[in-house]
Design a protein around this ligand. Structure first.
Ligand code: ATP
Ligand code: MG
Length: 303
């Protein structure tokens, strides 16, 4: 479990993280989301003692990270995959890390295999591609077989096989009761990976909820109906809480009624339906709705 209480971090007059409190539960994958500059990496750095909070506290399994005696075996961290000695081979980098914790070199070979970098383990890390560097960072995080994983954009730069591997790996880690905090900007990937999400915006927590609950709360469910008697159906389902948009003569997008109710109303009136499709919102829809006011670096909209 990771517990943050009133975490605040200021850099000069910039408040990067402001009064952030949350718990990350074991046995779940918690997704950490938010626009560029929202404060995710800064929060993760404070969890592992790389940034000192201006105020507030954060603990991992009840302890401050810097007080852990063998941190690699308790917390696996991927923050900046480029933080390796570029002249060392991947294997030597991992062996040096392992040596500081009395981790046997057989474990080094295990994580090299796990992360799929066996064929380049004897090459200098400085020559690695983005994805290979990322895999080496993941291998480092796994070295101590830690109970807690903190991964900042681990799939950034990974090929599809690597992305799927990370997803399956963290799901498996959570199923073993481990604590996983994982940031990413890939919403469709996050939707398949996380059980719970914490969303940050401008240094604050905007939402902290089970993924399904967040999507339900921040999206609207639409039912798409195709019928040759669209006007009759619109009249039948219409009401104060029902919103109907018609983009073609035979097409209605209805918000505010479940598909079954629309089907029943149509049947009662003998209105033929050619399509009845409920659509639920996506994590991306929910995220964009939730963070709309918190985006600092907004791109130009395409008309
Ligand atoms: N060492 C630092 N000195 C000054 N400002 C910093 C420092 N580290 C982070 N910041 C600022 O703190 C804010 C939060 O940055 P952070 O890297 O935590 O965001 P993030 O949510 O990880 O964003 P991204 O999605 O782009 O990775 C930003 O405005 C950033 O410029
Ligand atoms: Mg970041």
């Amino acid at each position: 479990m990771i517990t943050a209480e009133g975490l605040t971090k200021r850099f000069g007059d910039k408040t990067a993280v402001q009064d952030v409190s949350f718990t990350v539960q074991p046995g779940t994958v918690t997704g950490f989301l938010g626009p560029n500059g929202a404060g995710k990496s800064t929060t993760m750095r404070m969890i592992v003692g790389l940034d000192r909070p201006t105020s507030g506290t954060v603990t991992v399994a009840g302890n401050e990270y810097r007080k852990l005696r063998a941190p690699l075996t308790e917390v696996g961290v991927l923050l900046d995959a480029k933080a390796v000695h570029t002249g060392r081979t991947a294997r030597d980098h991992l062996r040096a890390m392992a040596a500081t914790h009395g981790i046997p070199s057989s474990r080094v070979d295990e994580v090299i295999d796990l992360a799929g970098i066996g064929s380049v383990a004897r090459k200098r890390a400085g020559k690695f591609s983005l994805g290979m560097g990322q895999r080496l960072g993941i291998a480092s995080a796994l070295l101590g077989d830690p109970h807690t994983l903190i991964l900042d954009e681990p799939v950034n730069g990974l090929d599809p096989e690597g992305v799927r591997w990370v997803r399956q790996f963290v799901r498996h880690a959570a199923s073993e009761g481990r604590t996983v905090l994982l940031s990413s900007h890939l919403m469709s990937e996050m939707a398949q990976t996380a059980d719970h999400v914490i969303v940050m915006g401008r240094g604050r927590v905007l939402a902290d909820a089970p993924l399904e609950e967040l999507v339900r709360a921040w999206t609207t469910n639409t039912v798409r109906v195709r019928t040759p008697r669209a006007a009759d159906l619109a009249a039948a389902v219409g009401g104060p809480a029902v919103e109907i948009v018609s983009s073609a003569p035979d097409l209605l997008d209805i918000v505010g009624l479940p598909a079954a109710r629309i089907g029943d109303l149509a049947a009662e009136r003998g209105i033929p339906l050619h399509e009845l499709t409920p659509t639920t919102g996506s994590l991306e829809d929910a995220y964009l709705a939730l963070t709309g006011d918190s985006v600092e670096y907004r791109t130009k909209e395409i008309a």
